[in-house]
Design a protein around this ligand. Structure first.
Ligand code: SDX
Length: 427
């Protein structure tokens, strides 16, 4: 334990407990501050505020470290699978082989979605953004499966978690098939999670689909890299919505909404649109770098910068390596060349160096998704598929915390003081 912090307000000294996490992160515990002093703290964007203690994911932004339950993602992407990493974050430990086999079996068995929900896809325009479809149908699952909230049993929660992980990839693939007017391809019990997803996306009654093991390996790595990232915007949304004891499905739908933002998970789509714009312009990437530095211009380099990483995002490093391997097989992608040129120039530019802006997870992921044949508008959906186990794990940890309360931040009011009503004839 570290010494108490002392805060002097209006001549009174308040002693606030401090705590140190297992990796040396330090916090001042302000849970009793308002009661003792009448003061709240103000921290828009929560740049300096921890919302919880958590044992799921550790990030060291200065050193570019990311670990799930203590295991570095570099080891997990080399040795594990998305199903195994899902169990790791959900249960807190690597599963024994029989537990993993059972989880994988149940994931496939639960991959179907209710036919009524499948048919509802035709109520969306073919060009509806797939994040809109995904969020709607995930919310819709609440109409078909038992209500699960913070008071539910372990078994009910485990069933809903498996449901969500299993069905998210099917909803994603079905939304793609709907958008291109092709028949749905159902999940097969003979295929693993990533193989099933690629098959549901690209197989057709006419052409079938030959599963490419390199693409499956690349997809597994991408899903593993996206599984969790501590208290990011969408995970915090999951915790906040779940803290009201709302249905688990609705908390996930809210997290999907948060992820869609281009400052968050929507950045992978923005990166590809940016790279395509640079390619089509025929200009040097340096022109776009200058635009991003121009404060009078709202343009930002999508895929660069991060609230926590002030070093190279370790996920971007893994994805970049996988890009090279996958793209060696397929046609040279000019966008990868542009991305590597852009990265090289940015990493030498003082504006970015001073602000510690490095490529983040979204910078290279889109290039890999594109190499798999996944359309740009689906990139953030792939992010959601990967993040599903992480969102559920954050929610589970929140509901199992006996001290947890409904999330309800305070504010500092700076509006009108007491004002009398003015009748309309006098305005
Ligand atoms: C994800 O939180 C997570 O963990 C998220 C995530 C996860 O796994 O859940 O890691 C996934 O969301 C990755 C981030 C994806 N978003 C983008 O790539 C969008 C582009 N990046 C930015 O908009 C920005 O970097 C953020 C939103 C990611 C972080 O913003 P911050 O922490 O609020 O920092 P800021 O906006 O205050 O920027 C600090 C400075 C500013 O300049 P000054 O005012 O100091 O002069 O850096 C500049 C910014 O203008 N800056 C950029 C920039 N990002 C920040 N300038 C140009 N291009 C950029 N991309």
């Amino acid at each position: 334990m570290a010494d108490n912090a002392k805060l002097i307000i209006e001549g009174t000294t308040y002693e606030l407990p401090t705590l140190i996490g297992t990796e040396g992160e330090k916090a001042v515990d302000i849970r009793k501050l308002r009661g003792a002093s009448g003061y709240v703290t103000l921290d828009s964007g929560y740049m300096n505020t921890g919302s919880c203690e958590s044992a799921i994911t550790f990030i060291n932004g200065e050193e570019g470290i990311l670990r799930y339950r203590g295991i570095p993602i570099e080891q997990l992407t080399e040795k594990s699978s998305f199903a195994e990493v899902s169990k790791l974050v959900l249960d807190g430990e690597l599963p024994k082989s029989d537990v993993l086999d059972e989880f994988s079996r149940v994931l496939t068995e639960n991959a179907m979605i209710p036919e009524e929900l499948k048919n509802s896809l035709y109520n969306f325009p073919a060009d509806a953004h797939p994040m809109s479809v995904l969020g709607s149908l995930i919310f819709g699952l609440a109409g078909f499966y038992p209500h699960v909230d913070a008071t539910s049993s372990e078994d009910e929660i485990r069933t809903a978690a498996t449901n969500l992980i299993a069905k998210t990839s099917t909803i994603a693939a079905f939304s793609y098939k709907r958008s291109i007017g092709e028949p749905f391809v159902y999940p097969s019990k003979d295929l693993g999670y990533s193989e099933n997803f690629l098959n549901m996306m690209f197989s057709s009654p006419v052409n079938g689909y030959e599963i490419d093991s390199d693409m499956v390996e690349a997809l597994e790595k991408l899903l593993i890299l996206h599984v969790d990232h501590e208290q990011n915007c969408s995970a915090s949304t999951m915790r906040l919505v779940g803290s009201s004891h709302a249905n688990l499905y609705s908390a996930v739908a809210a997290s999907i909404a948060a992820l869609w933002g281009p400052l968050h998970g929507g950045a992978n789509q923005s990166v590809m649109e940016m790279l395509a714009t640079i390619h089509q312009s025929g200009k040097d990437p340096a022109d776009f770098i200058e635009m991003a530095k121009d404060k009078s211009n709202s343009f930002r380099l999508a895929g660069f910068g991060h609230r926590v990483y002030k070093n190279y995002d370790p996920r971007a490093r893994v994805i970049k390596g996988t890009c090279r391997k996958v793209l060696e097989k397929s046609a040279k992608d000019p966008l990868l060349q542009i991305a590597m040129q852009l990265e090289e120039q940015v990493l030498q530019d003082d504006y970015f160096i001073q602000r510690k802006l490095y490529p983040n997870v979204d910078f290279y992921s889109g290039i890999l998704y594109k190499a798999m044949g996944i359309p740009t508008e689906m990139f953030t959906v792939l992010f959601a598929i990967g993040r599903m186990p992480g969102w559920i794990s954050q929610w589970k940890e929140m509901i199992s915390d006996p001290t947890n309360k409904i999330g309800r931040p305070r504010q500092i009011y700076n509006g009108n003081n007491k004002t009398d009503y003015t009748p309309v004839e006098n305005r």
